[in-house]
Write a protein that binds this ligand. Structure first.
Ligand SMILES: [Ca+2]
Ligand SMILES: [Ca+2]
Ligand SMILES: [Ca+2]
Ligand SMILES: [Ca+2]
Length: 616
């Protein structure tokens, strides 16, 4: 209870001398009150506060002392960290005892004893240099991420970690400034899965930056993410860290098999000022800063964690937020024995909260800031796989298109997103049926089309059939989705001088609906054939549904695309018409898990457009 005041009290008076007293006072009261157990580790950075000293405010904001009293992790829940590099040469005291050990491998004998394809991989593997040494440029970043997840806790040294008892499998994937390819990252993911990791913390920065990068939507990477999910392993990754909305979101967090996360500040749990946001963020966690910019000096508004050797430092970023979520997932998996990673993910996102109305858009929040205490305090009823829905009632209404519909309000009292079938009847007469989904713990209002509008809705009864947990759709291998676009399907329409749209028609000739198709606009050709001069840059992305044997449109407002702002001037229009023709490419990608990757030739088209005036 008192702990809550720590997270609520910071807005009025946040002077550090006062903070010292306040925290000590708060926890003393919490302990005395006995109403809420807390676990206060002895790590000095965590437990001792002083003006201008480093601290782990983000963990207090998350009420981790209460969460740790409930769960500190299970050593069977192995967490893989895929990062630039790690420093375990001069073992960091916070990490050296936390590193996963491949017990089937005999060290330094030059033999691949466990026959997993990697010789002497005792603590993980270096996929950048193809050896078993994990040190390299960027090791401070890797150690920082690893420390946030599971620094050795209650060892009287330094910091505390989110999931103190969980081991860390360290996988080196690259070098700062060198953009890795999708194939390498696919291998890192497969290594983590095949060697026993349950959760993979994989930040996307390594391939974020064009030019000259291999497409992140490439089939190998996506297949590896889906492989992990099907094997019961969840990947967490930051989505839209500090970039235009959607631009970095189209990367792996757009896959259903990957949990997308975003950064918050460390004081209030509201979206960080550098957050770009994306529709794929499921929850946010401390990444640092609010009221300053990403480019400012890393300071005590940032996240404090391990560096190389036995050092520590502050970093700010989505890469710091994501490992907090990874750590919580590990605690949830440890606490509720027998649940799968999808349930753990639903628990984490459905217990996340929007703490106060900031006016900030939902794409910065996802479901909100993670709430470890709530995530670890669910009752068996709330954990029931079949959600409980309160008695629904139907009222007749007119929907936006002027058609009659039954309005049905549902509440999901379970922790998991539910898929339900709604049936509305009058006596033995069935009036309407529909399916819907309701997020865990939330209300939903569903409009069911009403073909028989003469019936009095007050006498109608509503029954709800649970269809189970709404999961990412896992498709059969023989699913028939055939997507394609061609040059003729891409056009620019002009409503008025300053309002242009780029319209892409996507066809599905298959027999199954494509539920989520990413239509990505590029500047330049996607994945150019290693020409140093040419490069591609993803500009915008739309996610659409394309039913079987039908087509669907993705519409982009040209004015919103960076660098192509139109100015209501014919001269500009002529320039941009030509610019679009010569520079714009479109690629489509089916985001469904298990779906076949789209053949490149069928999935991209150059912008050869006709200008249509929609207004006329
Ligand atoms: Ca081996
Ligand atoms: Ca060996
Ligand atoms: Ca190496
Ligand atoms: Ca420590």
């Amino acid at each position: 209870m008192m702990n809550q005041r720590v997270s609520e009290g910071k807005t009025s008076n946040w002077g550090f001398p006062g903070f010292l007293i306040y925290v000590v006072f708060s926890f003393s009261n919490a302990l005395l009150a006995g109403s809420t157990a807390v676990y206060l580790p002895n790590d000095p950075v965590f437990s001792q506060y002083a003006p201008n000293e480093p601290h782990q405010q983000g963990l207090f904001m998350l009420n981790m002392p209460q969460a740790w009293a409930i769960e500190r992790g299970n050593k069977d829940v192995v967490i893989a960290v895929i990062d630039w590099a790690f420093d375990i040469r001069h073992p960091h005291p916070e990490i050296k005892n936390k590193v996963w050990v491949n017990i089937d491998e005999i060290p330094d004998n030059g033999i691949d004893d466990d026959k997993n394809g990697y010789i002497d991989d005792i603590h993980g593997w270096d996929f950048a240099e193809n050896d078993n040494t994990l040190y390299g440029s960027g090791a401070g970043h890797g150690n920082h991420v690893a420390g946030i997840i599971a620094a050795e806790t209650n060892n009287n040294i330094g910091i505390a970690g989110m999931a103190p008892n969980c081991p860390l499998m360290l996988i080196k994937a690259g070098t700062p400034g060198v953009v890795g390819d999708a194939k390498t990252f696919a291998l890192t993911i497969r290594y983590a899965v095949d060697n026993g990791a349950k959760i993979i913390c994989k930040n996307h920065f390594l391939w974020e930056k064009p030019p000259g990068y291999s497409t992140p939507m490439g089939s190998e990477l996506k297949q590896a993410c889906d492989y992990a999910y099907k094997k019961g392993v969840l990947i967490t990754s930051v989505s839209g860290e500090n970039d235009t909305v959607f631009r970095s979101a189209v990367f792996q967090t757009a896959y259903d098999s990957v949990m997308g996360t975003g950064p918050s500040d460390i004081f209030e749990g509201i979206p960080a000022d550098f957050a770009g946001g994306s529709p794929f963020i499921e929850a946010i966690a401390p990444g640092g800063e609010r009221g300053t910019t990403m480019t400012s000096k890393h300071n005590d508004r940032s996240v404090y964690s391990c560096s190389t050797s036995d050092k520590y430092l502050y970093y700010t970023g989505g890469c710091m937020a994501n490992p907090h979520v990874t750590g919580l997932l590990a605690l949830v998996l440890s606490h509720y024995l027998g649940i799968d990673v999808e349930k753990a993910r639903q628990i984490v996102r459905n217990t996340a909260k929007i703490r106060r109305d900031t006016g900030l858009p939902e794409y910065l929040w996802g479901h909100g800031i993670i709430d470890p205490v709530a995530a670890l305090s669910l009752s068996s009823k709330q954990l029931a796989a079949i959600p409980v829905l309160i008695k629904p009632k139907a009222t007749l209404t007119t929907n936006k298109s002027g058609k009659k519909a039954y309005r049905v309000r549902l509440k999901n009292e379970g922790a998991f997103d539910a898929a339900v079938k709604i049936s509305i009847s009058n006596g033995s007469r069935r009036l309407a049926t529909d399916t819907a989904s309701v997020r865990g713990f939330e209300h939903a209002t569903v409009l069911v089309p009403a073909p028989h509008t003469t019936d009095n809705p007050n006498t109608a009864s509503v029954t709800i059939k649970n269809l189970g947990i709404r999961r990412p759709r896992i498709l059969d291998d023989n699913v028939d989705i055939q997507l394609h676009i061609s040059n003729d399907d891409v056009s620019v329409t002009e409503e008025e001088l300053s309002n242009w749209h780029i319209v892409v028609n996507v066809h599905n000739n298959g027999s199954d609906d494509a539920e989520r198709v990413a239509v990505i606009l590029y500047q330049g050709e996607p994945t150019p054939p290693n020409e140093s001069k040419s490069y591609s840059l993803p500009l915008d992305c739309a996610i659409i549904r394309v039913p079987a044997k039908r087509q669907a449109m993705a519409i982009f407002q040209a004015d919103s695309i960076p660098g192509t702002r139109l100015r209501g001037d014919k001269w500009y229009h002529q320039i941009y018409k030509d610019w679009f023709k010569t520079h714009m490419w479109v690629q489509i990608e089916n985001l469904e898990i298990g779906a076949q990757h789209i053949d490149k030739s069928a999935a991209k088209a150059r912008m050869v457009m006709s200008i249509q005036n929609r207004a006329s």
